[in-house]
Design a binder for this molecule. Structure first.
Ligand SMILES: Cc1cc2nc3c(=O)[nH]c(=O)nc-3n(C[C@H](O)[C@H](O)[C@H](O)COP(=O)(O)OP(=O)(O)OC[C@H]3O[C@@H](n4cnc5c(N)ncnc54)[C@H](O)[C@@H]3O)c2cc1C
Length: 505
């Protein structure tokens, strides 16, 4: 193969990708004295990967308001009398990670993620990222008071777009150059150690030498062939919530030089997503095709039947696995059905212009409007559901209120209210994949291991490419924290490696 070299010199650390994990790696490597270059597959206008699409949920452990003030000083000036932030102890973060992953989460990775999460949040703030309270998303107002639930008190202000604006500005200030429309295609290895990356630039192969390489170029969620191969039949048909560029290239190029696959390769994060959303994410809509308030209504499939416990937990603990339940339903769709009693609890994503919605004054009228659903089955389901609701616990969206149904094949175990107050409204959803769980095995320093557990000298990975953190399910806000934590770690380690290898030469 003919290959040229880009006229960019040879960086100490080459970072592949330019989303949250990659930018954190680049900033951290530069902070640790390295000359850094970034390669991004997307054009400038589509830069930022999945990170660009996020709403900004950002999970970290905190022991009280003082920790929150440390990352958001303006909070001290707010009137907090009506806000109960509570606390999210490291132990609770561990419990969430382990319970949601059915105790498969790699303990070393969990230890790094959880123990350093507050420090990582502080580091992000020092890099220029701003935070804000997640009112309305993670706290409801009950009796005049907001109470936070689910461990997510602060979000990134302005979501993905502002997160990236801050990180890009930071990288630019540091003189870190990003080369767009230049996908990495392979890793160059000399004498057992990484010596650079092959990439494609303006249609031609180029070799880019580097002392160390950080792969932070996403998982394989955008690639239908890999989804079908690893997640199973049907998954090639789902919508992709974010970038069209995460084709699994980084995973494939690492595995082709002997990197060790790790984690839940047949698992992914997938949510309820508007049935008419485009095949890949649309940056003008961001994450708003999602429909996360199903705990306050019921979910029915084409037979008009319920198929999961909508109230099994807060949405932040079920939404990432319930997308996969939609894939199993006939026609791969569902309707989320609510009545007027809970309309005020539905987030803005239910009121966007591009929403697939049906509304009616009676359940019979609604049944006729639910595209693809057996009306008789639907009416039977609602009749049985309404009759099974018990009013012995008061409805409270801020807690697992135990207001449940009794005696159904699939009970709803919290927030169960009969559907009896018009107007009734319903939203048609399909599955939208967010990212895939399979990744690479990394060491505690972010180094990529080979098939036999040895370090591949000079190769690091971060973000969605890290395997072993998520299995079966996921707690919202962990993706950005994981990208920041392991990106920062990989950047630091790669800079140290580059420094040592420069001395050796
Ligand atoms: C709609 C949506 C909402 C979300 N909301 C949240 C949230 O609120 N909180 C949260 O924590 N997480 C959220 N997530 C998950 C979160 O976005 C990801 O976990 C995280 O951003 C992944 O970061 P990353 O840097 O690993 O990958 P990405 O941000 O996807 O970056 C990967 C980059 O690599 C580039 N790339 C791919 N292949 C190549 C190649 N061969 N060469 C060079 N570059 C390449 C891509 O173009 C991309 O820019 C959401 C995701 C989506 C899609």
């Amino acid at each position: 193969m003919n290959s040229a070299t880009l006229p960019i010199g040879s960086p100490d650390v080459l970072v592949v990708g330019a989303g949250n994990a990659a930018l954190c790696a680049a900033i951290s490597a530069h902070e640790n004295g390295a000359r850094v270059l970034m390669l991004e597959a997307a054009p400038f206008e589509e830069r930022g990967g999945n990170s660009h699409f996020t709403g900004g949920a950002f999970r970290f452990a905190f022991s009280g308001v003082d920790d929150l003030i440390a990352v958001l000083p303006s909070l001290a000036q707010e009137n907090l009398a009506n806000v109960d932030f509570g606390a999210y102890a490291q132990e609770e973060f561990f419990d969430d990670l382990f319970a949601l992953t059915q105790y498969r989460c790699d303990p070393d990775l969990a230890e790094i993620l959880v123990r350093s999460s507050l420090d990582t949040a502080k580091w992000m703030v020092r890099q220029g990222v701003k935070l804000q309270p997640g009112l309305g998303r993670q706290a409801y107002q009950v009796d005049g008071k907001f109470k936070f639930w689910g461990g997510l008190a602060l979000h990134i202000w302005g979501g993905g777009p502002e997160l990236l604006k801050a990180l890009y500005a930071n990288a630019e200030r540091r003189g870190v150059r990003i080369i767009y429309e230049t996908p990495a295609t392979g890793l160059i290895r000399e004498g057992g150690r990484l010596s650079g990356v092959m990439a494609e630039h303006c249609g031609a192969p180029v070799a880019i030498p580097a002392r160390a390489v950080v792969l932070a170029c996403g998982s394989f969620e955008s690639n239908p062939e890999m989804r079908a191969r690893y997640l199973g039949p049907g998954w090639e048909l789902v919508r992709v919530r974010g970038t069209r560029f995460n084709m699994g290239a980084g995973l494939n190029m690492a595995m082709s030089i002997g990197a060790r696959p790790y984690g839940h390769w047949s698992g992914c994060h997938a949510v309820a997503w508007d049935i008419n959303a485009p095949p890949y994410g649309d940056l003008t809509v961001g994450d708003q095709f999602q429909k996360h308030n199903y705990p306050f209504g019921i979910l029915v499939n084409a037979r008009g039947e319920r198929y999961v416990d909508e109230g099994a937990n807060f949405h932040s603990h079920t939404y990432a696995k319930y997308g996969g339940e939609i894939v199993k339903q006939p026609g791969m769709f569902a309707w989320q059905v609510f009545d007027a009693k809970v309309s005020h609890l539905l987030r803005g994503e239910y009121r966007i212009r591009r929403v697939t919605k049906a509304e009616a004054g009676t359940l019979e009228e609604l049944a006729a409007k639910l595209d693809g659903v057996d009306p008789a089955g639907f009416l039977r389901t609602v009749r049985e559901f309404n009759a099974a609701c018990r009013a012995d616990a008061p409805f409270n969206p801020n807690i697992l209120d135990g207001r449940r149904t009794h005696g159904l094949a699939i009970d709803k175990t919290n927030w169960a209210n009969p559907l009896d107050t018009p107007p009734f409204h319903a939203y048609q959803v399909t599955a939208g994949v967010t990212f895939t769980f399979g990744g690479l095995k990394i060491s505690k320093r972010g180094e990529v291991e080979d098939l036999y557990g040895r370090i591949i000298p000079g190769l690091y990975a971060a973000g969605e490419m890290v395997g072993g953190l998520f299995f079966h399910n996921y707690a919202s806000g962990t993706g950005l924290m994981s990208g920041a934590t392991f990106g920062r770690l990989a950047g630091r380690s790669a800079a140290e490696f580059a420094r040592k290898s420069a001395k050796m030469r």
